[in-house]
Structures are given as C-alpha cells and as structure tokens.
Design a protein around this ligand. Structure first.
Ligand code: ATP
Length: 233
C-alpha cells in the first residue's frame, strides 16, 4: 500500500520551547496507526503540527504527495484531512445538526446525514439539542461524525476515549472499526492501550519529542511488558 501520509524530520516549537525533535512517521492508505506515549511526549503536538496548528514547525509533511508545510490552513479539509481534537471542539449555541453541517462537504467518501445517524443513533435522537448540552460520550460521537460528513480520507483523533465510560469506549471502537472497513485511514493518539491494541495495524511510541519505537501488531507481544511499564499500566 502506498503511504497517504509521510512525516520526516518534523520539528515543532512553542515559543522558545523546542518540543518535537525530528519525528518520522508514515501512514499507509487504509491503515490504522496509533501513537502511544506518556504525557508530554509530543503526541498532540505531532497531530497539530501536521495540521499547521502550532506556532512554528519545520521538516517534511506530505499528504497524498501534497506538501502540507506550504498549504494554507483553509485548504486542509478539502484535501480530506479530518481532526477530532482532544477537547472535541463542539460549537456552543449550535444544535447537533448545525454542528454537523458546519464544515463544507468535499469530494469523495462523504457520509450523508442519514448514514451518519445510522452510525451514531444517539445523535439522531438529540439532533435538535444544543451540541454542548450532550453528554461527554455524545459530544465525542459528534466530534467524530463532523469530519466524516465532509469527506475525510485521513481521520486523526486525539485521545477519543479519554474520560468516557467503558460502554461508550466500546461504541467508539465499534465506529472506528466500521470506518476502517470503509477504507478510511486513521491516525490515533491514545493512552488507552487496551483500546488501541484492538484497533491498530501499527504503533509508534513517542518519548521526549521523538519516535522511540515502531512495530506492527505482531511485534506487540514482545514489547508488552516494557510498554505497560512505560505507560504505567
Ligand atoms: P498529553 O497526553 O499530555 O497531551 P502529549 O504527548 O500529547 O501529552 P503534547 O501535548 O504534544 O504531549 O506536549 C508536548 C510538550 O509540549 C510538553 O512538554 C508540553 O508541556 C508542551 N506544550 C504543549 N502545548 C503547549 C503550548 N500551547 N505552549 C507551550 N508548551 C506546550
């Protein structure tokens, strides 16, 4: 499979603080890849750097051959790059349906509203409720549904299971497996190792702003103990 995302020698800074020190990672088309690592390792910053959401970055980031360092922000979504931020980013004062309809629809692989409501039945029931009044789990569903409608090819999610009850975590896992079966490429930042290991084809481990290790599902067993230790599980 060809790489849909190629990141090489990525550096990022917040002011004087140099946070990413040459991150290399690739994601092949249709793959689900998980970034693991302790707090502060640079996982969120890696996703944000790919999207141009950090004050300063340098290196190589190519999405389907397009150089993202040279691409204006407003063109990101039209390429099929979707982001589900850690804080979910639900717009206050807008209903569930209005939140869903906010991003413009682009090109391929767009889900219709009907298909989205099939995938997230709770959202159908709450369609006219204000988005910010939903439960944490429902808000997470809404945050995942939003980029799907606009035609995402690479979905990046930052800790989608954080703080959610086990039943909701199950539901999110189910949805992500459906998206994967539809060919959507997924790059997931996740501290919930047990959730990630059931989904991912490959893993990267970040430490101190660098990729410390990478392996596929078959390579996981040999590392299990050291990963439990690193991630304090
Ligand atoms: P977490 O699970 O805690 O989100 P992470 O692996 O996603 O961890 P990042 O959030 O990318 O880590 O943080 C990497 C480093 O950058 C940390 O040292 C953090 O303190 C710092 N950092 C993150 N955001 C900012 C910011 N807006 N301004 C300054 N420093 C920041």
């Amino acid at each position: 499979m060809k790489n849909i995302l190629e990141v090489r020698d990525l550096h990022a800074w917040y002011g004087e603080s140099h946070v990413l020190h040459g991150v290399d990672l690739q994601v092949a088309e249709g793959e689900t890849v998980t970034l693991l690592g302790t707090n502060g390792a640079g996982k969120t910053t890696t996703l944000k750097s790919i999207l141009g959401l950090v004050p300063k970055r340098a290196g190589h980031i190519h999405f389907e051959g397009v150089d993202l360092l040279r691409l204006p922000m407003h063109k990101m979504a039209s390429l099929g790059l979707g982001f589900v931020p850690e804080d979910r980013g639900i717009f206050p004062g807008l209903s569930v349906r209005e939140n869903l309809q906010l991003p413009p629809v682009h090109g391929r692989a767009a889900f219709t509203d009907e298909e989205l409501f099939e995938l997230f039945p709770n959202l159908r029931e709450r369609e006219h409720a204000e988005g910010t009044t939903l439960s944490g789990g429902e808000q997470q569903m809404l945050a995942i549904a939003r980029p799907l409608r606009s035609g995402v090819r690479l979905l990046m999610l930052d800790e989608p299971t954080e703080g959610l009850a086990p039943l909701i975590v199950e539901r999110i896992g189910h949805v992500l497996r459906i998206l994967k079966s539809k060919g959507i490429t997924i790059l997931l930042v996740e501290q919930n190792f047990r959730f990630a290991e059931r989904l991912a084809d490959r893993f990267y481990v970040m430490q101190h702003g660098r990729i410390a290790d990478s392996f596929d599902a078959a390579g996981l067993d040999a590392r299990r103990q050291s990963l439990y230790k690193l991630l304090s599980l």
